[in-house]
Ligand binder design. Sequence first.
Ligand code: AMP
Ligand code: ZN
Length: 114
Amino acid sequence: MSDCLFCKLVSGEIPCDFIYEDDDVVAFNDVNPQAPHHFLCIPKQHIATTNDLQSEHAQIMGKLILAAKKIADDRGIADDGYRLVMNCNQHGGQTVFHIHLHVLAGRQMSWPPG
Ligand code: AMP
Ligand code: ZN
């Protein structure tokens, strides 16, 4: 998707320091962090929203969570815990239409979210 911000980060068209990369997934720190740790795990493949998911995407979605777990382990935040969030469309608060898994950690999260 030529007009997708996160596709441009994946392709290198817009510079970005990846904190994790494998064949299918990259992760990077959120530019507007909502917690001491706030990073995003995204598929390299463009998928706009969770509404666009098909059965063929099952493995990639699992890989997003495995990447989040690995980064949390590497940062030493796994035991204290973290929150995984994926927003969809307007009511979900989605602003970038390329699927991304938010990983938030380093402070107590509240429930329910705002
Ligand atoms: P959402 O509202 O769930 O679509 O989340 C989009 C997230 O992307 C927000 O938390 C933004 O701060 C973050 N974001 C937008 N542009 C960038 C960027 N260039 N690099 C890192 N994070 C970004
Ligand atoms: Zn994209």
